[in-house]
Design a protein around this ligand. Structure first.
Ligand code: FES
Ligand code: FES
Length: 203
C-alpha cells in the first residue's frame, strides 16, 4: 500500500484557523506564502541563515523556512500580518516607522517579529552571549545596543539599516516598559486633565 504524501492540516494563524491540504515536505514558510497568500513573511535564503522568514510560534521566534507546516499544527502562529491591534501598530512597528528602521523593507517583517520576541526574552531575564553577569541574582541586564545587536544577530539586512534598527528596538523596548497613563473615563476627568475648574459632571 502506497503511503500518502499529503495531509489536510489546520493552522492557527493570527487568531484564525486555516485548514489546507499540504505535501508533508511543505515548509511553514511556503504554506504561509504559497497556500494562504500571507506574503508578509519573506523568503530570503530558504536555509535558516538570514531571518527574513521569522515568525512567532507560541510567542517564540522561529524561522519558518526550517519548520514543516505539518509540525506547526496545534501551535499558535503569529506573522507580521497579526502583530498590530486593528489599526494600531505594534510599538515595534511604530518605532521602525518613526526611526526609519529599514530601506528596501524586505527584511523588515522578520526583523520586527524577531524584535518583538527579543524584547520579551530580555524582559523575562534571558541572558545573551554578551551579557556580562548571567547570575540570576544579577537581574535583567540593561538592553544596550550590544545586547540588541547580539540578540538580533540572526536577522540580516542587506541594505545595512542596522543603526536605525537597533535604535528602533531600543525605543520600542523603552515604550513597552513605560506604562501608559490610564485613559480618562468621564468628561470631568477630561476637564481635570485639561486643567479646567468649572467642568460639568456627566455620569
Ligand atoms: S528565508 Fe528563512 S532564514 Fe532565510
Ligand atoms: S531594509 Fe533592505 S534588506 Fe533590510
Amino acid at each position: 500500500m502506497a503511503l500518502s504524501t499529503s495531509s489536510a492540516i489546520t493552522l492557527n494563524i493570527n487568531g484564525e484557523k486555516h485548514t489546507l491540504p499540504v505535501d508533508h515536505r511543505t515548509t511553514l514558510l511556503d504554506a504561509l506564502r504559497e497556500h494562504l497568500d500571507l506574503t508578509g513573511t519573506k523568503k530570503g535564503c530558504d536555509h535558516g541563515q538570514c531571518g527574513a522568514c521569522t515568525v512567532l510560534l507560541d510567542g517564540r521566534r522561529a524561522v519558518a523556512c526550517l519548520q514543516l507546516a505539518v509540525a506547526a499544527e496545534g501551535r499558535v502562529i503569529t506573522t507580521i500580518e497579526g502583530v498590530a491591534e486593528g489599526e494600531r501598530l505594534h510599538p515595534v512597528q511604530q518605532a521602525f516607522l518613526d526611526l526609519d528602521g529599514y530601506q528596501c523593507g524586505y527584511c523588515t517583517p522578520g526583523q520586527i517579529c524577531s524584535a518583538i520576541a527579543v524584547i520579551e526574552e530580555h524582559a523575562a531575564g534571558w541572558p545573551s552571549a554578551v551579557t556580562a553577569d548571567v547570575r540570576p541574582e544579577a537581574g535583567v541586564p540593561p538592553l544596550t545596543a550590544d545586547e540588541i545587536r547580539e540578540r538580533m544577530s540572526g536577522n540580516l539586512c542587506r541594505c545595512g539599516a542596522y543603526v536605525s534598527i537597533v535604535q528602533a528596538i531600543a525605543r520600542a523596548a523603552e515604550a513597552e516598559a513605560t506604562p501608559s497613563p490610564p485613559a480618562p473615563r468621564r468628561e470631568s476627568d477630561l476637564d481635570d486633565a485639561a486643567g479646567t475648574d468649572d467642568a460639568e459632571i456627566t455620569v
